[in-house]
Design a protein around this ligand. Structure first.
Ligand SMILES: [Zn+2]
Length: 297
């Protein structure tokens, strides 16, 4: 066994998709968008809990925020910015990019960017598509993102999955258009397959030690920063239960929620973390000088 190299560990990117429990894509068949406004909102208290946890651990993160949420909860946007975190865009209405025409996609991402910038008073340069919905069928979305002034996207999940994924796309940050980086969420390569290693339902389902091992492997074997994500509803033990959903969706959405907050605390302790823009756009020196640069020059 080789001794670990004596350089400081890489920083990984921590990201949160700011949406409410009833907006997750898996519930789209059960909850009409027109009914969103009448449901109990939990996002404000959940983001407050997340901001408190990050402050306690002295971690800055990236918040991919829905325009729909920003419009109704401007105080949430301001709290994110006040905490020193990166304000980024999750689009306006949580529609999958793959369900929209190029014109409708432009409207969605441009309106969200403007809304967030007006409320937050900061430039918004990052975007994550709902349900990682950029793939082979809608690569035009990258042109639209660049033209709308975004500088990076974190919208491709290089795995095979029943709802999303482009398993043969690059696993780490790469320039997907001139002036636009794609920063995929993290996978571990095992044989000829990419395994999801970056949060979501997998983080709730798998033992914590396995999630930790996967991120370590990406840092130490691939020599790359990992990208981790979660949603506010994943720490919310008391969220209203959605009735009538199928067993698979129910399991995926609710499994192990009571364990997540403590697990996130361990994860924040076990690695170094930072904002997407600092780590990948070089907005601040975040990598040890002796490590190779991730920036595509
Ligand atoms: Zn989302």
């Amino acid at each position: 066994m080789l001794m670990p190299t004596p350089v400081p560990p890489l920083r990984n990117a921590m990201s949160i998709d700011v949406e409410d429990y009833f907006q997750v894509s898996a519930f789209a068949p059960y909850i009409r968008r027109d009914d969103w406004h009448g449901l109990e909102c939990r996002v404000e208290r959940n983001i407050a809990a997340i901001l408190a946890l990050l402050a306690e651990k002295d971690v800055k993160a990236t918040f991919f925020t829905l325009g729909w949420i920003a419009e109704r909860y401007p105080q949430v946007v301001r709290a994110i910015v006040a905490g020193g975190h990166e304000l980024a865009s999750h689009g306006y209405g949580h529609e999958r990019a793959s369900d929209l025409s190029p014109a409708a996609f432009l409207e969605d991402i441009a309106s969200a960017k403007k809304l967030l910038e007006d409320l937050g008073g900061v430039a918004v340069t990052g975007y994550r598509a709902p349900s990682f919905s950029i793939g082979k069928g809608n690569l035009w979305a990258f042109d639209v993102l660049r033209d709308a002034g975004y500088r990076y996207s974190s919208s491709v999940y290089p795995i095979a999955h029943d709802h999303y994924g482009m398993p043969d796309s690059p696993r780490f940050a790469y320039p997907v258009r001139e002036g636009l980086l794609e920063i995929p969420v993290t996978t571990v390569r095992m044989g000829s397959r990419n395994l999801p290693s970056s949060g979501g339902g997998y983080f709730r389902l798998l033992p914590y030690a396995l999630s930790r091992w996967m991120i370590r492997r990406v840092n130490e074997v691939d020599g790359e920063s990992a990208v981790f994500y979660f949603q506010p509803g994943e720490i919310d033990v008391h969220q209203p239960r959605i009735a009538g959903i199928d067993a698979k969706t129910r399991f995926r959405h609710y499994v192990n929620i009571p364990r997540v907050e403590a697990r996130l605390g361990r994860l924040l302790d076990d690695f170094r973390w930072g904002r997407m823009d600092e780590i990948f756009l070089g907005r601040e020196s975040s990598r040890p000088a002796s490590a190779p640069s991730l920036s595509p020059a």
